[in-house]
Design a protein around this ligand. Structure first.
Ligand code: NAD
Length: 336
């Protein structure tokens, strides 16, 4: 099938080309992000392949449909950037990659925890400048620390396994209990209790209406003073303005982000020659106890390979009119 691949990068092309050798789709790589200005590039394609920061709102979906697009093959798990109700109304099929490598994201979340705790970002720069002072680099043992995991699905359970190996105490919250997490000795509690007792809070739930700004001024105030917050899930789970205030007051002791609520206009591009216009983001960058990565938690060779395989199989299934469990089920459409 002819597919317009939006937001394409060199690593997208390399992996998709390698995997596509056994599928034979005609992939046309397009650098621009999919939005209202660029949707017209999909004219003549039956399928588009899009990523986390592409904009698939009602307007864009309508235009894609008018151009003859019938399949939206998302090469990611989260569907928060797709108006699923409108897609269903327009008769567009939306497919995603429900699981690729939960290890990639879980390991990145733990990397952020360790780097923040042991101030690796500070130590790296100091040693390179010949400064071997240890002042201000004191960390804490992960062993015996309490970690609150919000969302114990595929990624949350991997985080729980890794941290269990470190000897952390695990508190968890989810709308659905995962017996595998309980078997590790983790204790499901309500969110206020998790916030009150955790030294580290790490977010692994999806972004839906009920989880938007799950971390706001009230939840930050419930946390232990000086706690660490890690978000590798979706930016809008966190009210960034509230987090800035909590960092200023010392209520929040560390912040590790791989996602940001306004990341669409920032991430995945080299903006080093441009003035940063987002004042909230700029303020975040001034804190010594904040580490931000630009939505790279998924970026391992293994994850990219799995993403390409599932996406290209999804497209083949659609083309061959095979029903697939990867087609977003109707009950999920209704929830979003
Ligand atoms: P998953 O569906 O396996 O697990 C999500 C879990 O969250 C489920 O157990 C679900 O019951 C739970 N949940 C749903 N609503 C909740 C709520 N209101 N409160 C608490 N828990 C709730 O998904 P996953 O594969 O573990 O991925 C988790 C999230 O990670 C995705 O939604 C996505 O946003 C994010 N993600 C980020 C990257 C990255 O590169 N940074 C990559 C992949 C996924």
């Amino acid at each position: 099938m002819r597919v317009a691949v939006f937001s394409s990068k060199s690593y997208t092309e390399q992996t998709f080309d390698a995997v596509n050798a056994s599928f034979g789709h005609e992939l046309v790589y397009l650098e621009p992000r999919l939005d209202r200005r660029t949707a017209t590039l999909a004219a003549g394609f039956k399928a588009v392949c899009a990523f986390v920061n592409d904009e698939l709102d009602a307007g864009v979906l309508g235009e894609l449909q008018r151009h003859g697009v019938r399949l939206i093959a998302m090469r990611c798990a989260g569907l928060n950037n797709v108006d699923l109700g409108e897609a269903a109304r327009l008769g567009l099929t939306v497919m995603n990659v429900p699981a690729y490598s939960p290890y990639a994201v879980a390991e990145h979340a733990v990397a952020l925890m360790l780097a923040l705790n042991r101030r690796i970002h500070k130590a790296f720069n100091r040693v390179r400048e010949g400064n071997f002072s240890l002042e201000g680099l004191t960390g804490f043992d992960m062993h015996g620390s309490t970690v609150g995991i919000v969302g114990t699905g595929k990624i949350g359970v991997c985080v729980a396994r890794i941290l269990n190996g470190f000897g952390c105490r695990l508190l968890t919250f989810d709308i659905q209990r995962n017996p595998e997490v309980e078997a590790l000795g983790a204790r499901y509690v309500e969110l206020p209790a998790l916030f009150a007792h955790a030294d580290i809070v790490t977010l692994h739930c999806p972004l839906v209406a009920s989880t938007r700004h799950l971390i706001d001024a009230a939840s930050l105030n419930r946390m232990r003073r000086g706690a660490m917050l890690i978000n590798t899930s979706r930016g809008a789970l966190v009210d960034t303005a509230a987090v800035v205030e909590a960092l200023k007051s010392g209520q929040l002791g560390y912040l590790g982000l791989d996602v940001y609520e306004e990341e669409e206009d920032l991430f995945f591009e080299d903006r080093s020659q441009k003035v940063l216009l987002d004042d909230t983001f700029a303020r975040l960058l001034t804190f010594p106890n904040v580490i931000i990565t630009g939505h790279q938690a998924f970026l391992t060779r293994d994850a990219l390979d799995a993403i390409a395989r599932t996406t290209l199989q999804n497209i083949a299934d659609f083309e061959n009119r095979r029903t697939s469990t990867r087609i977003v089920p109707l009950d999920r459409l209704k929830k979003s």
